[in-house]
Design a binder for this molecule. Structure first.
Ligand SMILES: [Zn+2]
Length: 169
């Protein structure tokens, strides 16, 4: 992926990053370049975002307070396809566009949870790791506050069998 996406992916869980890269490679082969527009958002950044439209100026953009978004744990990314044939890269925000649907499809084939499928507050460009609670638990938040993202990853993210086998070999 482009350097902007890669620098963002360097801050999230390695399994999530590798799945996103796999999707981006397949999309690229189909003629569409994807970009990670948001990855890790610290708890402090989330708190500031939550304040927007409530105690600070602007529109309300999130329902999640700090610690309540998987972005705060490095376990979610927002990714959008680029517009075909447009240089420099421009995002394609049309979630009804076939390219957008293809990206969501590929992410689900990687066993990622797609925010686009959420009934209450769909989030078209949001993808997060499965195999862990869909929303952060109190235990995860306590772990984040005590030891940061890496502590959460170690304790809550199951190690893929293939990775474990590799380590044992
Ligand atoms: Zn998101």
């Amino acid at each position: 992926m482009d350097s902007i996406s890669e620098s963002r992916l360097s801050q999230v869980h390695v399994l999530l990053a590798s799945k996103i890269r796999t999707v981006a490679t397949a999309m690229s082969a189909a003629g569409v370049e994807c970009r990670v527009v948001q990855a890790l958002r610290t708890k402090a950044e989330q708190d500031a975002l939550y304040a927007q439209g409530r105690t600070t100026p602007g529109k309300i953009v999130t329902k999640a307070q700090g610690g309540h978004s998987m972005h705060n744990y490095g376990l979610a990314v927002d990714m959008v396809p680029g517009l075909r044939g447009v240089t420099p890269w421009e995002p394609n925000w049309d979630e009804n566009d076939p390219d957008f649907a293809m990206m969501i499809d590929l992410c689900e084939k990687q066993n990622l949870i797609a925010g686009a499928r959420w009934v209450h507050m769909p989030d078209a460009d949001h993808f997060q790791l499965s195999g862990i609670p869909v929303s952060p638990t109190q235990d995860m938040l306590a772990c984040l506050l005590a030891g940061g993202c890496e502590a959460v990853w170690t304790r809550f993210v199951p190690t893929a069998p293939a990775v474990a086998e590799g380590l044992n070999a």
